[in-house]
Structures are given as structure tokens and as C-alpha cells.
Design a binder for this molecule. Structure first.
Ligand SMILES: [Zn+2]
Length: 237
């Protein structure tokens, strides 16, 4: 490889010069924008990866079939590239935009197959189904880009969602009822994130007052700025 390697002595980082930073950033996003304004949504779970093709916006009645074909063709090439960049292995399901025209379906299928030929990792692919789905597998080799560069989010444990402040308010109120039965304490202090505490003292203040009345004990609420939204403690004494 020696003769192929060139020493770069420039000042600008190579990652900037060749837009590598940008590509890595894009390859970690679930949304991939295509030039036409359409976009892909790539969703990786442990069992399988789904790729959803979306037209970005309104598709007029005129030339509707042509626009859909163009979008699916553009998507097919982009999908093959993204699977390679992200090194996604295992089962992959692609949801193209529905096409009625059989010839169009074949063209999209061929474009995808051709684009996958550039892939050194072995892929198998099914025909586009009546619902516009293509099932494919790509051999798992090493880890995916996401597994190499990322770790599950500690705030949501990788779910991608947090319980809302409202959900937490009710969880806390139910927990207090449970604690009241278990421990005959004089009062409670709730330690929670500022968002949850604000909700408890504002929109949920009547629920809080009703609960205090119900259990016959005062409930103190205290914001802990270091707590994440889902974190709370109920202290009783
Ligand atoms: Zn998260």
C-alpha cells in the first residue's frame, strides 16, 4: 500500500477537507436527506433495521408516477451506500413508496441490486412485495458504525424517549400512596427534577393538595437541578 499513501502536511484537518466529519454525523442520524428533497428514515433495532422512503412534501397529481419512480431510484442508491457506511448487518426491510407500475418496480429493484454490487459484504434481496417492501439480509461483519462510535443514552436507556413530566407526577403521587401504607411516617419530601417539580407545583398543585388531604400528611417538594427528568426520590421521616 506504500505507494498509494501520501503524506498530508496541510493545516486543515483531513476530516474537514474531505467532509468526513459531516459524513460521520449524517451516518449516525436516522434521517438521511436526498438531493430531490425526499428523505430516508433508518431505524436500527437489535432484531432488524427498517428503512422508510419518504417523498419530502407534496407530490402533485401530474407526473405523480414519475416523481415516485425518481424518488425510489434515488433512494435505492442512497440506501445501498448508507448500509455500507453504517455497516448495518442482519435483516433489513426497505419500505419504498408504493408503485403500481410493474416496470417501475423492476427498475427500482434493479437499481438496488446494482448499487449493492459495490458492497463487498454479501447481501441477499427479495423482490418488491405487493406492499412495496423489500426484505434483504446483509452479512454481519464486525460492529456497526453506531456500535463503534456510540453507547446507549443513559437518560432513556436507549429507548429514545423519556417519560413526560406529567407521567412522572402521577407516578410520584401513586408512589406516595404506596409508601403511606407501608410506613406510618409524618411527612414526605419529594426530590425530583426541576421540570417535574414545576409541574407538581403548578398544573398538578390541586392533585398534590388532594393527596395531602387524602393521606392527612404534608408533602414537601424540592427541585434537584442535577436530577434527570425521570429521576426522583421520596424521602419520609
Ligand atoms: Zn436518550
Amino acid at each position: 500500500m506504500t505507494e498509494r499513501i501520501e503524506h498530508y502536511a496541510g493545516e486543515r484537518p483531513l476530516f474537514d477537507l474531505y467532509h468526513v466529519e459531516e459524513e460521520i454525523e449524517n451516518a449516525l442520524q436516522s434521517r438521511v436527506n436526498l438531493k430531490s428533497g425526499a428523505y430516508l428514515v433508518i431505524d436500527q433495532t437489535e432484531a432488524l433495521t427498517t428503512v422508510d422512503v419518504n417523498t419530502g412534501g407534496f407530490v402533485g397529481r401530474r407526473n405523480q408516477e414519475e416523481t415516485i419512480l425518481k424518488t425510489n431510484l434515488e433512494a435505492a442508491a442512497a440506501i445501498a451506500r448508507q448500509l455500507r457506511l453504517r455497516n448495518i448487518g442482519g435483516m433489513i426491510i426497505i419500505d419504498f413508496i408504493d408503485m403500481d407500475n410493474e416496470e417501475h418496480k423492476r427498475r427500482v429493484q434493479r437499481t438496488l441490486e446494482k448499487a449493492l454490487q459495490n458492497d463487498r459484504t454479501r447481501c441477499t434481496i427479495t423482490q418488491i412485495s405487493a406492499l412495496g417492501l423489500v426484505e434483504m439480509t446483509r452479512k454481519r461483519t464486525r460492529e456497526s458504525l453506531r456500535q463503534i462510535l456510540c453507547e446507549p443514552c443513559p437518560y432513556c436507556q436507549g429507548r429514545g424517549f423519556l417519560k413526560t413530566a406529567e407521567t412522572l407526577c402521577y407516578e410520584i403521587l401513586r408512589e406516595i400512596v404506596r409508601e403511606t401504607r407501608a410506613y406510618p411516617t409524618e411527612r414526605f419530601t419529594v426530590l425530583a427534577s426541576p421540570q417535574v417539580v414545576n409541574k407538581l407545583l403548578d398544573e398538578e398543585s390541586t392533585s398534590l393538595a388532594a393527596l395531602e388531604e387524602f393521606i392527612g400528611r404534608p408533602i414537601k417538594v424540592q427541585a434537584e437541578s442535577t436530577y434527570t427528568q425521570e429521576q426522583y426520590d421520596i424521602v419520609f421521616f
